[in-house]
Ligand binder design. Sequence first.
Ligand code: A2P
Length: 346
Amino acid sequence: MSKSYRVAILGATGAVGAELLELLESRNFPISNLKLLASPRSAGRTLKFQGEDLPVAAVTAESFANVDLVLASAGGSTSKAWAKTAIAAGAVVIDNSSAFRMDSQVPLIVPEVNPQAAAHHQGLIANPNCTTILMAVAVWPLHQVQPVKRLIAATYQSASGAGAQAMVELQTQSQAILQGETPQAEIFPYPLAFNLFPHNSPLNDWGYCEEEMKMVNETRKIFGSPEIAITATCVRVPVLRAHSEAINLEFAHPFPVEKAREILAAAPGVKLVEDWQANYFPMPMEASGKDEVLVGRIRQDISHPCGLELWLSGDQIRKGAALNAIQIAELLVAKNWLHPAAAATI
Ligand code: A2P
């Protein structure tokens, strides 16, 4: 007897919301009812799902009645405002925001890395930061063979990380510049088109921005390895929707490049993209729309005998957000880790 679930998407009209809708449909997630929730601005809109126009409603306290699973991607303050209400109403919340990620009671899950940690959820599971997810998928397989001592990352992050409006802003700015006009910046602090700038999240006393600290703290939590030394420099680049990352790994002993390549070629969620003759490696344009994290340019760090360099591109909206959330939902269903009573029988 198969079960199906009553699902709500909070933030259905956003960039990640659109991808969640697409993935629920294309991956045949067992749904008996789908509720689309957003801000009052979107009430009355409709969105297509399985060929039907479904209405979008403004989220209210009543929205979560008769819902088994909430996929939330409407920002931290919206998650903070509604998560408890949804859980109290009997739903399990998979939250894409940063609101609860570092809460010790809340599992932070990348299914390729720490699926077992989801078993102990108390109604809430956090979906990690996008840059962190992409890095975790690529680094975990190596870390399992030989623990990473130190990780140095530099990111090249697309506009999509700041939402659908930021993507539109990048396109509008690009057109303005090509027409000889002055680009206007509203979502981002500065023009992103034909430019780049250090990530625009708040800075701490050490000069690290929030995004960089997410990579540090979330990676340690996901890996269950608080001892890894991690540092990152996060940068916004004028790319629409896939992030890239340069990653330097230091181990206690040399890690042969060929071994790393073999491990990554077989790693779940990874696609090795390397043609050294053609100087062809992962690119955000090719990562866009793909499920896998593209990894390549694996090479010995010439500055350290126990160092490895690698390069990756991954779809920020897909594996960096919506796909990871859906994979968590699929995991809960497969393991029967959603509240069993929550499942409607068909
Ligand atoms: P809306 O479209 O009604 O503003 P993105 O990250 O692409 O910008 O998307 C953000 C998503 O979060 C949108 O679906 C947006 O809905 C939703 N959202 C933003 N603020 C709220 C809020 N206060 N309550 C519910 N949904 C919200």
